[in-house]
Design a protein. Structure first.
Ligand code: WT7
Length: 658
């Protein structure tokens, strides 16, 4: 048989195969490989969760693993005391002081290595600087930074002094920054003059300043110099320079502040169904234990690994699985500033080869792009250092899963498809790579200690294969504790959507649809609320709609997600103009600009469809599902119950042409 024929055969086998066993060589060395772990957690719940807490160093042990006396305001590792920065840095100094903590690869090809000792030094210096700037315990420090080492350094400096951080994704707009800083009442901002994209400098400080202009409170601003001579913006006298501050505190150390397990470690704003982002509160003890535990059990992180998560630290994935999880375990975490196709489409594979990366954790949207580019790019590199592959952020289609398994993992690496959310703090549903068989397209069973179901509207578990709502039945250490300063919304959004009297317990609703198979494997189907998932980024349709209706000449708008080959979902905006307003390209541009100003380029509509009417039910509700079906070119069901069925054909024609 020629190589080509073998390949075709292999391809056919992969196409058919529905279940994959964990590779033996992996199992032999896996952190977790005894299936008894599932029973252990079940029989000894919640105390078995001490396994997670035991991965950390505590200044004082907890008195109680779980306090559930005030549902759903659960508390974990009650009265335990610890410091997150101490756990991520100091405790590794003796054994791993000279080992790399962060390997940073810049967009221009420059690299920086921070050993644990380097990280310790700079985090201390910056912590001292923050103190000098007036930051006190429990003050919220905002960060609006791209993927540069100063971002995790600033986060850890905050953790050291007990000041929660609130990182805002650098791609978000000035308005989005202001909204978050206002909501958190944050009086400090760490930002950057700019960064590089595809080799070109991108000025960032102007955007940060524009945001600051809309912040109600005074805010002390610290600016990292990333661009050097490429910066087009002169610093203002009141802006502090990061390097000067660190220099001024050279050699200083700051004792890690003792924090209660339940003290806030950080806030992370995420999109919901209303126009207002939700400030998800994560804690020091529970969150950090959970990030460390899942990194250990699912990502199989060991100190001697070089582990790489290609997410952005501006999202929860980067918090848990670039910064806190891997550093808590004392490993080497890779951080890449740039895009996967610059200078060429083999950039990621080049980095894997250069650094002998052992685990790669990325998103299905990236994998779909790699597939499109072709196997010639990974084939140019030696990827044999890889031991495990992971995906996160959206459902992965079996074809993409198999491509990743074969062409990146050489059928030797388990693939973990990890379902979780900003709110869950860490992974919830996935196979354990050293134990369970993998089924492409299905995330897997809930992790040990996690209790999940798929239920119908009356609260009963659905039959295998039927779609229902995903629910989590028991609390877990990494869970959000509340929405910042909004306990009421916390209950409304997650716990109170359906009341299920037969269930004598609080049930967490992630707002995802799912199905479950006979083996208890859960396939997550996507959001059931008005939240979109564009390239793994979470966007609220209401936020986009309110930006659009703010444009002069627009009367009404409905935003839905349409299928997209690479992005997973894309933004489709159906827009009704006011009487007399022309449907013009100029208006289209204004709408795009308004969305970019309110949220950022990630929310840019793929298509804007002007329509005289939106399809509505007799009671006046917009039929979003129908608009989605139109975007996807699906066969439409019965539309005769609409108040205005005639409009459907017109809209279809506008979206797809004649
Ligand atoms: C939503 C959460 C988890 C960190 C990144 C996104 C979707 C996430 C998967 C997966 C299917 C997934 C869900 C979830 N999602 N992972 N493996 N399979 N869907 O965090 O921005 O809070 O978004 O992402 O719909 O609710 P997020």
């Amino acid at each position: 048989m020629s190589d080509d024929e073998i390949d075709v055969e292999l391809e056919a086998r992969l196409e058919e195969q529905e279940e994959f066993e964990p590779p033996e060589a992996f199992v032999e060395q896996a952190n977790v490989s005894d299936p008894a772990i599932y029973d252990d957690f079940e029989e000894n719940w919640p105390d078995e969760w001490e396994r997670a807490a035991d991965l950390l160093d505590w200044e004082e042990e907890w008195d109680q693993v779980l306090d559930d006396s005030n549902e759903p305001f659960y508390e974990w590792f009650v009265d335990g005391k610890l410091n997150a920065a101490e756990n991520c840095i100091d405790r590794h100094l003796d054994e791993r002081g000279d080992e790399a903590a962060i390997e940073w690869v810049g967009e221009l090809g420059e690299t920086r290595t921070y050993t644990y000792r380097d990280l310790h030094r700079e985090v201390n210096e910056f912590a001292a600087a923050l103190r000098e700037q007036g930051v006190e315990e429990d003050d919220v420090v905002s960060m609006y930074m791209p993927m540069i080492p100063e971002l995790p350094i600033a986060m850890l400096a905050c953790a050291r002094i007990g000041a929660p951080h609130a990182v805002v994704f650098a791609g978000f707009s000035a308005d989005a920054l202001a909204e978050r800083m206002n909501a958190a009442n944050s009086e400090y901002l760490v930002t950057v003059d700019g960064y590089y994209r595809r080799g070109d400098p991108l000025q960032h400080l102007e955007k940060a300043r524009e945001g600051l202009d809309k912040v109600e409170q005074d805010a002390t601003t610290i600016v990292v110099d990333r661009l050097g001579d490429d910066s087009e913006i002169d610093p203002l006298p009141e802006e502090r320079d990061y390097d000067e501050l660190v220099e001024a505190h050279s050699g200083e150390t700051v004792d890690p502040v003792t924090r209660d397990a339940e003290d806030m470690l950080f806030l992370m704003y995420t999109s919901g169904t209303t126009g207002k982002p939700k400030g998800v509160k994560h804690t020091t003890g529970g969150y950090l234990s959970y990030a460390a535990w899942t990194s250990h059990a699912v990502l199989d992180v060991k100190p001697e690994d070089t582990y790489w998560c290609s997410a952005d630290i501006g999202w929860i994935t980067g918090h848990s699985y670039i910064v806190y999880g891997p550093l808590a375990l004392g490993t080497t975490t890779v951080m890449y500033e740039g895009t996967p196709d610059y200078p060429d489409k083999d950039r990621l594979w080049e980095i894997v080869e250069d650094y002998d990366v052992t685990q790669l954790y990325t998103a299905p949207t990236a994998i779909r792009a790699f597939m499109k580019w072709g196997t010639e790019y990974p084939e140019q590199h030696d990827l044999s250092s890889l031991r495990l592959l992971g995906t996160v952020g959206e459902p992965i289609n079996p074809r993409a899963w198999k491509w990743y398994y074969k062409h990146i993992g050489n059928e030797e690496c388990p693939v973990v498809d990890t379902w979780w959310q900003t709110e869950t703090g860490g992974m919830m549903i996935t196979t354990l790579p050293g134990i369970s068989n993998m089924k492409p397209g299905s995330a897997g069973p809930p992790l040990p200690g996690i209790s999940a179901d798929v239920i119908d509207p009356s609260g009963d578990p659905v039959e295998a294969g039927r779609a229902g709502h995903l629910v989590i039945n028991k609390p877990w250490p990494g869970m959000l504790r509340t929405l910042y300063k909004n306990d009421e919304r916390f209950i409304d959004e997650y716990w109170d959507e359906y009341s299920i009297p037969e269930r004598d317990q609080w049930v967490y609703f992630p707002e995802d649809g799912a199905k479950i198979d006979d083996d208890g494997y859960i396939t997550v189907l996507g959001r059931v609320d008005d939240v979109l998932n564009v390239s793994g980024h979470r966007l609220g349709t209401m936020e986009i709609e309110s930006a659009i209706v703010g444009v002069e000449g627009v009367a009404e708008a409905a935003v839905v997600g349409g299928d997209h080959e690479v992005k997973g979902e894309a933004v489709y905006a159906y827009v009704i103009t006011e009487d007399g307003q022309e449907e013009s390209d100029a208006l289209r541009d204004e709408i795009i600009e308004a969305v970019e100003d309110a949220i950022g380029p990630i929310a840019r509509p793929e298509q804007i469809i002007f329509t005289p009417e939106l399809p509505k039910t007799r009671s006046g509700k917009i039929m979003r599902r129908l608009l989605e079906d139109i975007a996807d070119g699906n066969e439409l069901g019965n539309t005769s119950t609409l108040r205005n069925p005639d409009v459907v054909h017109d809209i279809q024609q506008k979206v797809h042409g004649d």
